[in-house]
Structure formats: C-alpha cells, structure tokens
Design a protein around this ligand. Structure first.
Ligand code: SF4
Length: 377
C-alpha cells in the first residue's frame, strides 16, 4: 500500500503563524496540474508496484485550484498507479474558498474526505491568527459540506492562542462537536522562527499563553472528545469510530508515500526525499524533465529513532517484540534499559504484554519522554 501527497503551494495571503512553504495565489498558473503530473511521471518509481490507497491534497491552499484542475491531477494519478478500490481522497480547504458548486465538483470527481482549516470558532482569535474567514463562514462551509453529501469531515483547531481562555477553547471544541465532525486535528500554536507572530512575540507586542493554561486546554479537549465518542489516536488527532485518517496514519505506520509539488516530502521505506521549497525552481526543473530532491538514506539508528518519534505519539505505540525482531540487538537492549525509569514514573506503560505507549495524560510532555529514549551513536 502507498499514499500520494500533492502539495499545492499557494495561499491568498500568509497567516501570521504559518511556516509551511507557500507563495501568493497570483503564482498559480494554468499549467500547474500538468507540472504535478510530469513530476509524478518522473518520480513514480520511488514507490514501484505499490497500490495507492490514499491521495491527499495539502498545502498551502488546495482549495485555490478549481475542481477541474484537481480532476486533471486525479485522472493522471489513475493512469500512473494502480489504485485500491475506494481510496481515501482528502482535500484541505479554507472555509472562504468553498461554494456549493465547488463542493459538488469535489464530490463528482471522487473526493471523499474534506479537511477544513477552521482553527477557531472565535472571531477575535481568527483575526489574531491572520485568518480571512470568520466563525460564521466556517460554520456555513461545514454545513454546506454535509448538504453536498460528504460524510467524512475533519476540522483543524489551534489551542494555546495568546489571550485565549479555557472558555473560548471549550467553545471552539464544543462547536466542532455540535457540527458532528468525524475527525478533529488540534495543534498547539507554535512560534516558528521567522513568522510575523514570532517577531511580534520577540518585540514584546504579544505574550505566549501561560503553559498551565495550555495544558488545561488540552485536558478540556481530551475530556470533551472522550465524552463524545472520539478516539484519541494520535497526540493531535481525534476520530469517531471508522474515521481515523488513513493517510495520516500511514505516516505513523511507515507506509511508503510519494510527495509531489514544491517542498513535498516522500518516503519509500529505505529513504526520505524532499523537494525544493521554491515554486520557481521546481517548475523550471520539471519543465526540463528534472527534479532536484534532497535524500536521506535511513540507517538503523534513524529508523529506530523515527519509530519512537512517530509511534509513541499514537495509540498503537511501539511493539517491543517488533523492535527485537526488526533491529540489531543493541537497539532492543538499549530500549529496554532506557524505558525502565519512565515506566516507574508512569511516563510510559506496557499494554498487551509488549506494546509500549505513553499514557494520554502524559502526551503534553511526550517530546521530552521520546527524546530521552533516542539512540545516540
Ligand atoms: S496556515 Fe494554511 S492558509 Fe495560512 S498561510 Fe499557512 S498554508 Fe496558507
């Protein structure tokens, strides 16, 4: 099984907190879909003979492409790969790009999962983040998505926003639950280097939210989602039964994927590759049938550390027997010795005899726990 990720690197404008690679929508040219398909043709052998189970349009803002352009890309993917029956096909959308016609278009070309970048249902918070939509537009878009017949809807929310409160966060979570979304992705606001928000923070114009308050917001999130039948399957991801994102899960399960478009990452089990973060360079090269990617071959230590990093953030955890059978003995010995203190402190637990997991109430400090288990040469 494999996944295809298509990075659509265009945005109306840059949100104040965002450090994903994207450029202005004026750079979106009519030949963009054909360039994506050309890259697929050039690089499809990264995942040879794999059946494609998930296709994901991420960004940037994929909803800036017309559904005809999306259809062109999907049709091309179908020509190059064997596709599993009923693949999961996701598109990330911004609420302000949607209309009933666009949604009907998405439905007609086989998109079956919509991920809406809501971020908050509080207008002041949306303004603070530099988002263009307001809460009403987000609600209207989600209702339209359902009216069009979609049954698999995910909403992104951000907590830890400066000046947010427990009440404002609870309001946003409740609103998403009331709207009957099947999936929630909730991320803590991070102050990434060189974003406008971080510059404001450094200049003292804004203050980060108190960490205790962030932790309480996370607790509220867990309580509310738990009480409403969501499975907390990864630190930031919550799904109703049957709606765990197949595409995102494949990253945590080590399933190969081909990522195309500027700045997209790929993985085939043996190596990781990433594209240049420049639309101009990427498109100039693709036009000349070239594609410069940086590569990293994954040695045992990287593979071991990545397994910890990805799986310990999920309910699937790390199977100690799998580690013992898959890696040289030194890694298994190291892991057994390095987890003992954390087991005593309750930072880690073993369930089903061999499955090592971080209990969800320790997710907030999971980075420190995982880093402490990394194998260092
Ligand atoms: S958060 Fe999304 S919409 Fe905003 S700039 Fe980043 S990629 Fe674009």
């Amino acid at each position: 099984m494999a996944g295809i990720y298509i990075h659509i690197p265009f945005c109306h404008h840059k949100c104040l907190y965002c450090d994903f690679y994207s450029t202005g929508k004026s750079k979106l040219t009519d030949d963009f879909p054909s360039l994506i398909l050309k890259e697929i043709e050039l690089r499809k052998n990264l995942i040879p003979e794999e059946k494609v189970e998930t296709i994901y349009f991420g960004g940037g803002t994929p909803s800036l492409l017309s559904f005809i352009q999306i259809q062109e890309i999907l049709t091309g993917i179908n020509k190059h790969f064997a596709i599993e029956p009923n693949p999961e096909i996701t598109i990330e959308v911004n609420p302000d790009d949607l209309s009933k016609d666009i949604l009907r278009g998405y439905k007609s070309i086989g998109i079956n999962r919509i991920s809406v970048g809501v971020q908050s249902f509080i207008d002041d918070e949306l303004k603070f983040l530099g988002r263009r939509h307001d809460a009403n537009k987000a609600i209207e878009s989600i209702l339209d998505i359902y009216k069009t017949g979609f049954t698999n809807v995910s909403v992104d929310l951000i907590y830890g926003i400066p000046n947010s409160s427990l009440e404002s966060w609870e309001y946003s979570v409740n609103k998403a639950i009331e709207l009957n979304v099947q999936h929630l992705s909730c991320y803590h606001l991070t102050f990434e280097e060189s974003t406008p928000l971080t510059r404001k923070l450094k200049k003292g114009f804004i203050n980060a939210l108190d960490e205790e308050l962030s932790i309480k917001q996370f607790q509220i999130l867990r309580e509310k989602t738990n009480a409403n039948g969501f499975i907390h399957y990864e630190i930031s991801n919550f799904a109703k039964e049957g709606f765990i994102s197949k595409h995102n899960s494949s990253y945590w399960h080590g399933v190969p994927y081909l990522g195309v478009g500027p700045s997209a990452h790929s993985f085939n089990g043996k190596m990781r590759q990433w594209n240049v973060s420049s639309l101009d360079q990427w498109s100039n090269e693709i036009k000349q049938s070239k594609c410069t990617v940086q590569s990293e071959t994954i040695d045992d230590t990287t593979k071991f550390n990545e397994l910890l990093l990805t799986r310990l953030r999920t309910i699937w955890g790390v199977d100690l027997n799998f580690v013992a059978h898959t890696f040289p003995k030194k890694y298994s010995d190291y892991l057994r010795s390095s987890i003992s203190d954390h087991l005593k402190k309750g930072n880690l637990i073993i369930v089903d005899e061999s499955k090592l997991i971080i209990p969800p109430d320790k997710y907030f400090v999971s980075d420190a726990i995982i880093e402490d288990l990394f194998y260092l040469e």
